[in-house]
Write a protein that binds this ligand. Sequence first.
Ligand code: AMP
Ligand code: MG
Length: 852
Amino acid sequence: GKAPLFRAALIPLETEGHLMVWDLHHIISDGVSMEVLMRDWSALYQGEELEAPRIQYKDYAVWQQSESRRKAMEKQEGYWMQRFADGVPVLELPTDFPRPPEQTFDGETVSHQIEMNLNRELQRLAREEGVTLYMLLLAAYHVLLSKYSGQDDIVIGTAVAGRPHADLEQVVGMFVNTLALRHQSRPEESFRDFLARVRKQVVQAQEHGDYPFEELVERLELPRDLSRTPLFSTMFILQNTEQTKVHNFSLDRSFYPLNHKVAKYDLTLIVETGNRLSIHWEYNTSLFRRETVEQMGHGLTYLLEQLVYEPSRTLKDFQLLREDQQKQAWLLSTPEGDRPRAETLHGLFEQRVEQMPQKTALIAGKRRFSYEELNRQANRLAHFLRKQGVGVDQPVGLVMDRTPEMIIGILAVLKAGGAYVPIDPDYPEERKRFILKDSRSEHVLTGEPEWVPESFVGKVWVYRELDFTGLPVDNPDPVNREKDLSYIIYTSGSTGRPKGVMVEHRNVLRLVGTDRLPLEIDEREIWVQCHSFCFDVSVWEIFGSLGNGASLVLATKEEILDPERFRHLLYSEKVTVLCQTPSAFMSLMNLERTQPKADLFVQKLLFAGEALIPSTLQFWQSRYPQMSLFNLYGPTEIGIYATCRKLTDSDLIQNTSHIGVPLPSLRACILDRHGNLLPPGVPGELHIMGTGVTRGYLNRPELTDERFVERDFAPGERMYRTGDLVRQLPDGGLEYLGRLDDQLKVRGHRVEPGEIQAYLLECDFVMDAVVLPRQINKGTNELVAYIVTDGRDWSVKGLRKYLASKLPDYMIPSYFVALESLPLTPNGKVDHRALPEPTEQLVRESPYEKPV
Ligand code: AMP
Ligand code: MG
């Protein structure tokens, strides 16, 4: 019944000779054992007599149990326990496929060579630094892993022969021990300094190298994780082939290549010494693609090349990509950008008026405007505003709801030469006041006088009270250039107050004024305007339609809040282009499941504003297969959209948040935390450059300099650091992986929890506060505020009312949880993971659902 531990067979080969097969269980043998066996067998084969072994494995086993040995092991144990006293860092190598919940062992090997010259230089450096080649390669491997994972504290496994006495070298048995080598590097230190530390630690580890790895794993009581091997997931092994040469055989023999399709770890680096170094990467095929591992091999070789000549370079400055590869790391836009059809947004619109004056531009319930009519009304107001002194780069506050007058207002401010500053009439007074003051708006155009804060000192123009008599209806003389401001949109600010993004005409024209978009939009389309004009998707809806001769349907607030009514609007107005945030679309889709299929005309369904989970669209796609689905990504700072992906059928199954490639006239690259370009597959911060890069934040030069940067590899090129974590997929597109900071999206709205925290802390009874998104009941993200109070009486209702006077409603937390204190991490930050889930007892009031 039991499988034998040792089997041997001699198989005649078809060609010539025989194949000798030994199959040994690792429990009774190791690498050195194989040599011993081979040697003995060869001696016997040649008719020699074998000496009786002086000691046997059982002698070793008895010795292992001895008192003196036990004492020594205790000491060794102390050393290892201390190495992991503060826990075990888990290496998060970026994988090509999601990690299976239970580890698999399917493996492959990729091999390459390190040429003689480089090998010689490595030997030289090792000598000069007083280290072994093993230590040098181990240190280099750590640097490679660190660059790939973005981590500095890494455990690498290694094997030691574990034959502490010369007599043991003749014994067959399992002696090998595994050591878990943990090294911490610092990005600012030189490779040389790091290497010296590695040397010290390897020596120490070897001195304590008899302590059995299995015991360490047991003693550490690590939380069980079936998806990984305990303690480390990668190994480094150096094989001195000189020593493992087969002993004198009188026979012609060679090793039969055996392709082991097994990977014991995620990744094992095996280096065989010789004239050249043979490098073998044994990798888990459930995690990595071959190309990825090959790329790593290139990275290692390049690292070695850099460090042999410049060991004093700081770790953060070592590169993974050679200069010629760096160019490939730039995601060039496809197709190339062209010159937009106009220099200004309103100029683009005016071209269309000229071409199709009678075409319907705007539909709002029963009200309809032809292009000409809309233009005439906008022109009157523009002439009026210009008479009031509005001109180039001058901000004009717009406090309006979604009516034709809002569109007229936007066009008029632009035509007058200024930049519009959208302000939601529902915003709290204080926020309106702040935006008007911060933008230095001298004029406000509004639907209702009470929508404008009383304290506002500039001019307030109430649209319906304006007298346009005598004002011309033709286009005002153009005064703007492409670099003038078109709008200023305020987004949440992490330090407490919102910040205004200054967007120039050209930033948006490269999007709405070109024929090169992968969306194939033309004048036959019917668009629906359903996003707040404080969110730049509205700019896309307005100028994507009116700039391209299409028609625009204005959805009312009621239609937006009620999916049934919205669905009705879509088919009654025959809408063909629909933009949605994934969270808004969810309610439409949930409704869809309860209804028979509708006669929808939508051809292009565009998702934007937050991460899309493509698999959620499968139902929709099977019901309306004629629709093209697009995922559009972009921050306000890049003029609406920066990248685009037309979703394929396999996107919907694979479920990666694919955001595609940069749009025309933009380029993107992915950088690590030190500003180095990263190879495909490795996550880093998305940086975007090109005509979309906006002017920056109004009145916030430091913040602008922090986010709008220049990098050495692209001198003179201004790029925006998005704060988004992405990586390049094999097809060249980008995968969105999340945020690098706390910023989040609540129903598509951009929220900095820091801004909410700042207001909470301004409350006199709140001593400490943190705000986080939490998934409650598997639903969408909800904001949860954890607060520490000074013990005074307080109510959630009161707190909510206070916040409502400061913040838009989507920024008001759904849950409030009072705690004695906030849990902290060792480095003094709030430990998010240690915060309790908002359970019934903790939440002082039931969730507050206020629709947007
Ligand atoms: P906003 O300035 O409001 O457009 O917000 C920009 C941020 O929203 C980006 O930096 C992303 O974090 C997120 N975002 C926008 N579009 C997408 C998308 N298609 N997929 C994932 N995240 C997105
Ligand atoms: Mg955006």
